[in-house]
Design a protein around this ligand. Sequence first.
Ligand code: ADP
Ligand code: MG
Length: 283
Amino acid sequence: MSGLPPSGRRVDAGSGAAPARISLRGVAKTYVSTRGRVDALGPVDLEVAEGEFVVLAGPSGCGKTTLLNLVAGFEPPTAGEILVGGRPVAGPGPDRVMIFQEPALFPWLNVLDNVIFGLRQHTHLPPAERRAIAEHYLELVHLEGFARAFVHELSGGMKQRVALARALAPEPRALLCDEPFGSLDALTRERLYAEIQEIHARTRKTVLFVTHNTREAACLADRVLVLTACPARIKKTLAVSLPRPRDFYDARVSGLAGEILAELRSEITENVGKNDERDQAGV
Ligand code: ADP
Ligand code: MG
């Protein structure tokens, strides 16, 4: 099975499903709220190659979701520019899709209709074709036998696979994943690591994947970016050349996870140190 819909037809003949390059140039975000100013991100310079799987690992609250939200176009950066496929991001677009920790499926629709919903903007496609595309992506996530099931009949891992099929159906050029396995139990997550690697190998999307699980980062990434505490900047880049598919318990994956953890620990310790200094200075 290829990553193409069964008809061989591309969902979007214009931009196609070719993976997009993602470029961040001097990107920063400051939130201003009633609680004051929060420098949440950057400045960050980052080039993600077409089809590359980049994992962002950083301490909780450092600005990981903020970075994904900016690339998704949900909110504008305060400084800098973001390009996807060479085009400046000016808002959400069909070339990018976000996958969240909670799959946010519609309980009143069955699995197939939830996936078809992902094609709602593709009004040029006849219903039979939308259905065939949705069935293809359900097969890709190994849920072809559950097309008629309802969301409450599915396990957490299955729900997340439906969300993945729905995200892939409109053939985005980039997937933005915000801790998508964060609320799943360990055994379910381990199965999904194998599946997401298989899906990436077949569909070759560009992936920006956020996690604070270091072994997950080592298992999935072509490149791991360890982020600083808030505001997130790139502290360290680790290129991962281990062969694929990778086993979550492979000793080399564990070794790399250890390296990422050491970077994160030193970041958290340094930051605690800074806060202590600030406390002592009465700042
Ligand atoms: P992470 O995903 O790494 O846990 P976030 O990107 O959600 O971190 O948040 C980074 C920082 O920005 C945090 O201090 C958070 O409180 C702040 N923040 C996030 N969104 C907003 C917002 N809409 N308004 C004000 N502050 C925000
Ligand atoms: Mg977050």
